[in-house]
Write a protein that binds this ligand. Structure first.
Ligand SMILES: [Zn+2]
Length: 230
């Protein structure tokens, strides 16, 4: 164990995707169920709506994440190709370019050229990828695992309100789902704040605020239809 203080940076990628997925799963499925239940729908309709919401949401999350990470990967590939060509065509100005970057970060002129030359003789493209374009191994995109992680965390989040709706049959289902979901969201806020090293209260407020807003909005929608029907 040489590294006693692990950096949080390498957790940020999957953590962001997992928290976003679970958050989406809870908020969208719970609001869907609350909306349908507030319109006085039958228990089976509520469960069907929630299940359809889970499946649609999980696939949509996976697709969205896949497309966005692919786009990021394409951009990185294109940038690397340009950099590679530029290194082949004009190596000297690439040395100067990298040296200037180190000067801007506080390295003195002569030393910055030495650093640039030595890093580039070791791995020219790698040095430019890191310090010129800003691509590191940490940020290099993995579309399929990102898509899978999103779908999985969405499903996990969606199962919480859906299972509640499945096993709980009473008139106050909307209220129970809404309250439980806010508790789930608060727990999610605590976990994500703990993992990312942020303040607990900030994490909780951030996550539950939008959940409460969504639940309130769909409850009103359901209520409006309920009034119209009866
Ligand atoms: Zn460059």
């Amino acid at each position: 164990m040489s590294h006693t203080q692990p950096h949080r940076q390498n957790r940020v990628g999957w953590l962001r995707a997992a928290v976003l997925g679970a958050n989406d799963g809870i908020v969208s499925t719970a609001s869907l169920i609350v909306g349908v239940a507030a319109a006085n729908a039958s228990h089976i309709s509520i469960v069907v709506a929630g299940t359809a919401g889970l499946v649609a949401g999980a696939i949509s999350m996976a697709a969205g994440e896949y497309v966005s990470v692919c786009a990021q990967a394409d951009t990185e590939k294109a940038d690397l190709l340009l950099e590679k060509q530029s290194l082949e065509n004009d190596y000297e100005s690439e040395v100067t370019e990298l040296a200037k970057i180190y000067q801007q970060r506080g390295v003195e002129q002569a030393l910055s050229v030495t650093v640039a030359q030595q890093l580039m003789s070791h791995d020219a493209l790698g040095a430019h990828a890191r310090d010129d374009i800003g691509i590191s191994e940490l940020t290099s995109a993995k579309p399929l695992s990102a898509a899978f992680a999103s779908a999985l965390s969405f499903t996990f989040g969606a199962l919480l309100p859906l299972m509640t709706a499945y096993f709980y049959q009473a008139d106050n289902l909307s209220l129970v789902i809404a309250l439980l979901s806010l508790i789930f969201l608060a727990m999610l806020g605590v976990i994500s704040a703990y993992l990312s090293g942020a303040k607990i209260l900030t994490g909780v407020v951030r996550v539950t605020f939008w959940g409460a807003l969504a639940l309130l909005a769909t409850a009103l929608v359901g209520q409006a239809f309920n009034v119209t029907i009866s």
